[in-house]
Design a protein around this ligand. Structure first.
Ligand code: FES
Length: 104
């Protein structure tokens, strides 16, 4: 059975300004907005000790604040070297202007 975990209000995150969210039982998460849709991934870069929410969102891409690596915010797949290992992405749902992580 799946459950929903509240991440944040929709107005707390906007395109180009992802939000770091900490919820019990998960690593730090990054929540993104793009064209009215919301996405969530792990926040820690797989290349080093950097939080992606300190980086730069450009459309579907989040660029790490460290070595110029990047990931797709929808899939978590690496899109720019030196990042080669995907970050985990999470399904989310929006209800009443609140963003929830859908956990299996
Ligand atoms: S720590 Fe993110 S690209 Fe190196």
């Amino acid at each position: 059975m799946s459950s929903k975990i509240l991440l944040c209000k929709t107005d707390a995150v906007s395109d180009g300004a992802p939000l770091n969210v900490n919820v019990e039982g998960f690593p730090s998460l990054a929540v993104y907005e793009l064209d009215g849709d919301y996405f969530a991934t792990d926040n820690l870069c797989t290349h080093g000790n950097a939080m992606l929410t300190d980086g730069y969102q450009e459309g579907e891409e989040i660029e790490c604040p460290f070595h110029g690596g990047a990931f797709n915010i929808k899939t978590g797949e690496p899109t720019a070297f030196p990042c080669q290992v995907a970050i985990k992405s999470y399904p989310v749902t929006v209800e009443n202007n609140e963003i929830y992580l859908v956990s299996a």
